[in-house]
Design a protein around this ligand. Structure first.
Ligand code: CO
Length: 495
């Protein structure tokens, strides 16, 4: 077939798939934000129909032929077309290795696992969920075998979340991080564990107005985005100019809500910065979860928990929460958002201890996937690693091995991306600070547009053109390492 004809067929199918994905995302967004409870069954059926249509359009042999042929001709294509053909083929090759009955068995196991976890976690009942987790682990191992791998079955799994990542690169990287963190956590904890906790009452309306102002200043565009309320905050893209974030409110601690909103805003700014012309193609898509997380943590931690940002934010808080004069003092505000202390729950962890939670999960995933650890022994192994890396031990399952939904809903190999995000963003920030010499002063004044433009130029606009490690090498001239992140923590907390 002529290249022109191939391109036409290729892009028209990608665009169809994109529309279907957006429809599915809209149904999912509404499910979490507005849908009345009794609509759940009907909504699940609607989502299933869309996913069946989508799957058929992806595995359609005619489309596969188009993708393969276009990929064969890649040397004669533009860079953008090359990237789109390469990445589409990468995903398609994986899909082709998974038989239909396996895909549907996996989907059912994940859906069931999730709904059982929702019930079993509050009841602290690991026994109840064990069979379902065993089923998921068995399926995930089978998936790795079906997909194939060179060295470690884990490679086949992590690749879904961080393209190109392998156990042989990620494990040494994160173990090195863990070792360095183990040295600095005790002295930092000693100095920062007794910082004050927020106490007061903050009505939801002022919190909402404050959050809107803060994210608008960061660069969130309300012409192409919205903020709504859910139990678990998230970000989702519903179309080429439709990015949604959600938040939750705690009337006794508005900083918790505010910082989770800043985190989701970081995700949204990435999606808003993707090349809209290429929306729905790999050139207009985020490259990986690790890079995505680097963007959210960049704004939440590297910017949001800095001394400079506290100067800006304390002034804004004064306007929206005039009664709490403690929070109008930048030094006190900084203290409220920078307490450091090992804790049991990952999502409540500070930026210093957070990555240890991830290392623990990665080690357990590796052990389980490589048949070195059974699901039965998982809770004890979990507790031992918490003792080893954080010096504390869970006394129940719900704040231990059952705290995260990931494994129970089938996501094994996902966790490392959170820690990779920390490593990526510290490396990016070193270069951004060199390129924008007065960045600190800009942040103090509440000016974030130069940093955002820098991220757009160096990260966002490339879509999936470069995978994470290559992207970071292009930006920094160096390979991904733990050093810059650890140096950042040392400078911030031990200087
Ligand atoms: Co995130």
């Amino acid at each position: 077939m002529e290249t022109t004809e191939l391109r036409k067929l290729f892009y028209s199918r990608l665009s169809e798939l994109y529309r279907l994905n957006c429809i599915s995302a809209l149904l999912g967004w509404d499910q979490q934000v507005y849908m009345p409870p009794k609509a759940a069954q009907g909504r699940a059926e609607q989502l299933e129909s869309i996913s069946i249509i989508t799957h058929q359009k992806i595995v359609d042999p005619d489309f596969a032929k188009v993708v393969d042929e276009l990929y064969e001709k890649r040397d004669s294509l533009s860079i953008e077309d090359q990237v789109n053909a390469r990445e589409t083929k990468r995903v398609l090759d994986k899909q082709r290795k998974l038989p239909d009955d396996f895909v549907s068995e996996m989907a059912q196991a994940c859906a069931l696992g999730y709904s059982e976890w929702v019930k079993a976690r509050p009841a602290n009942d690991f026994a109840a969920i064990k069979p379902s987790l065993e089923r998921i682990v068995a399926l995930v191992k089978r998936k790795a075998d079906l997909l194939g791998y060179d060295e470690n079955p884990y490679d086949a799994l992590i690749d879904d979340f961080e393209p190109g990542a392998k156990a042989s690169t990620v494990k040494p990287l994160l173990m090195n991080l863990a070792e360095k963190l183990a040295e600095i956590i005790p002295p930092i904890t000693k100095r920062f564990k007794d910082l004050p906790r927020l106490q007061g009452h903050y009505d939801q309306k002022s919190q909402y107005e404050l959050a809107r102002r803060v994210v608008k200043d960061l660069g969130f565009d309300f012409e192409t985005g919205r903020i709504d309320t859910t139990a678990h905050p998230f970000m989702t893209t519903l179309g080429r100019a439709d990015i949604r974030i959600t938040t939750r409110y705690d009337e006794s601690d508005f900083l918790m809500s505010l910082y989770s909103t800043i985190h989701e805003t970081g995700h949204a700014l990435y999606e808003m910065g993707l090349d809209r012309e290429w929306a729905g193609t790999p050139m207009g898509e985020p490259v990986s979860l690790g890079i995505h997380e680097s963007q959210s943590r960049m704004w939440e931690n590297l910017v949001g928990r800095s001394r400079e940002y506290a100067k800006y934010l304390s002034g804004i808080i004064k306007e929206y929460i005039p009664q709490d004069s403690n929070l109008h003092d930048p030094d006190k505000l900084w203290q409220y958002v920078n307490r450091v202390e090992p804790s049991l729950v990952r999502t409540e962890a500070d930026e210093v201890t957070y990555s240890q939670h991830i290392v623990i999960r990665m080690l357990l995933e590796l052990a389980v996937v490589n048949n070195e650890l059974s699901v039965t022994d998982l809770p004890d192994a979990w507790n031992e690693l918490y003792e080893k890396y954080l010096g504390i031990k869970p006394t129940d399952y719900k704040n231990g091995v059952m705290q995260d939904v990931h494994w129970y809903s089938g996501s094994i190999g996902y966790f490392p991306t959170y820690a990779l995000g920390n490593l990526y963003n510290a490396m990016m920030m070193e270069v951004a600070k060199r390129d924008i010499p007065d960045l600190s002063q800009q942040i103090e004044r509440g000016e974030f547009s130069k940093l955002l433009a820098w991220l757009r130029e160096n990260v966002h606009k490339h879509g999936m053109r470069y995978h994470g490690p290559e992207l970071i090498r292009n930006i920094t001239g160096k390979d991904l390492s733990a050093e810059p992140f650890v140096n950042y923590l040392k400078n911030k907390f031990l200087d």
